[in-house]
Unconditional design. Sequence first.
Length: 729
Amino acid sequence: MKFTRNTGSLARFAMEYILGGALVCISAPVGNSQQFQDVSSTQLVNLAGYTEAARFADLDLDGDLDLLFANGGDIGNQSSRVLTNQGGAQGGTMGFYLDSTATSIPGLVTQSSRDVQAMDIDNDGDLDLCFSNHSTISNQSNTWFVNQGGAQGGTAGVFVMDMSRYTNIAGTGSSVPSAQKITSGAFAGGFIDWSAQCDFADVDLDGDMDLLQTSYGATFSGNVMSRLFLNGSGGPIGYFKEYNPSGAVSANPNLASGSAAGWAEGTQSNNTLDTLGISHDITNTALDADFSDLDGDFDNDMQMSSRDTQNRMYQNRFFENGGSTGSGSQRLYRDLTNTWMTSSAGLPQSGFNYDAEPHDVDQDGDVDTYFLNYTGLYQDRIGINDGTGKQTTWIVVPNSTNDDQEIDWHDLDHDGDIDPFVSAAGGVNRYYQNLLVENGGFALSEVSPAPVASLHSLAADVGDIDNDGDVDIVFAEDKDFDEVLLLNTLNSPDPIAPTITNIQQLANGTPSSTPRRIVARAFDNINLEYFKNASASLNFSVNGDAHSVAAQYAGGNLFRAMIPGYWCGSITYSLAIADRVGNAGVSPSKSFTVSNAGFTTFGAETPGCHGPITIGTNSCPTVNNSEFVMSCTGAPPTTIQLCLVTNSQGLGYDEFNIGVAIWAGVAAATEIFVFDAPVDGLGKALVPAIIPNNPALAGSNYYFQFIFADFSCANTFSGSGGGHLTIQP
């Protein structure tokens, strides 16, 4: 993002650069400049514009990455752009782009946009768009554009503006003052704000992506609060209501000191050093925010970059609050800036920290952070996490004296460690090689010469535009310069699988209709946001029988999955993630036990000619059990028999006059179910019987029995003993 700078004293800068902290060990320059070829003039349509952000995303679900540009920024209202990859459904050459804005977003309004995010907000399998806009030149809101594929039933890759995705703006419980709500025009339904970025993560771990909307305030005042919106809060998934537990309303538009409004514990206090939840600072000149699990407890913490005020870090308190967003004085977040940024380089910063990006730079399993322009005016630093969220070691990035705007991550040399590159508006773009694999310890070496030295890059993004397995780069260029597209000529597919460093340990328990949530921490050799292109599954066994359910990206470095609560017995589980290339990584395995409940046997069998008959169930009989199966072994092979289920316990009388003791009583029953029970060649029969999602069924009793007819046997009819089911809640 482009902003006016005060360069300050060169002598002061030199002293801070020399004395400001630990120096990274620098090896000889790495000659990788030929790895990227500038194909902007041949593969990218040139549109110019004041472009502040670029995003790769498969908007039309045809298997290739399209392009988004957020335009306007400081200059004012412009049209952002959608460029469609001409491979896939377009039938052209993969990696070549044409402007499709008019057909992809037919209702696109001109905006003063600083950012655009592509995220599936309604869980329908396609990516929707959120633009971050500012009201410096004309009053406007951030905007929603919903993909018309999936649940909308239209064409994937066509977007319709839908400001109704904000709910309850300026209503009861909203912190937005009524004067800030926009009630007419294209932005109606939103609210006046000064936003440089939005970020998405499942902050309450309920299975949908929530929204953090940053704000830097009018004239970069740093007095307007950033806001947190929960997806599906009190309404359908895909609609966002502000999380503001106190119900307090912000001033107009600034957040007053002492106000309880907002999403963090305590009351507003500028530059607070409190870490006990008594006060927080959620007003700053926030230009960037990122979610990740900083303290290793499996929920999404928050790091917020600020141009003119202190960078801040907030701890997600979901698990500290007992697995909830909090109640009473509890909040979902607590300002822990003074705990997590305690070194001499952590507090205070010198300003101009436009961006910070999390990743595990030293491969120790926790989230470290690269901070742009953090000390010494323009000196970049990397904070090394001690595993608890604290940035205990601060490392100076070599040659980081430029006017840097954004950093991003990719694996430049496919060796498995993560390499940063930097977009610089007041200097040259820079690429670094991480020497962790080569030298056995984290260090950065600048790649020389850099592939592009544009002097006006505001942002970049990485993605494989031609599906050859390596990562290409696009730069967003300011001041009506054309965007830059770099093709990776490595021509070697990425061989590195995601690493799932840890997975939650579930406690032993009892069966339930409520699924059990499992969260895993993961990293890949590319930026964390790229995980939205991954596929993931939770693989588990129940008493040795294999099962699998889909897992979902939860933002940051987290994935989330749910094991149905009706499985009981010994359960072992692990999570697998496959990146866009197909490399698959698997987490460590964990195990837990769910006690058997709701099933007992009673009564004696009526024997036939095939030995003892044993009955059972595959899971516990809970409400909303879509996989419940009754089973028996020892039945006459390759026959079709029946399974009788009633709500009356039989007494073993021969109610059918066939010589079989009946344990699922019929005479007194008010509910009778009869299922075909095909028997395989080994004498095993499986009978699926879905238990509906009806809480009123909890505590109900049912009785079942298998009855067989075998005409090759002297005892033609035989039957199992009885099974007693008590439906669990």
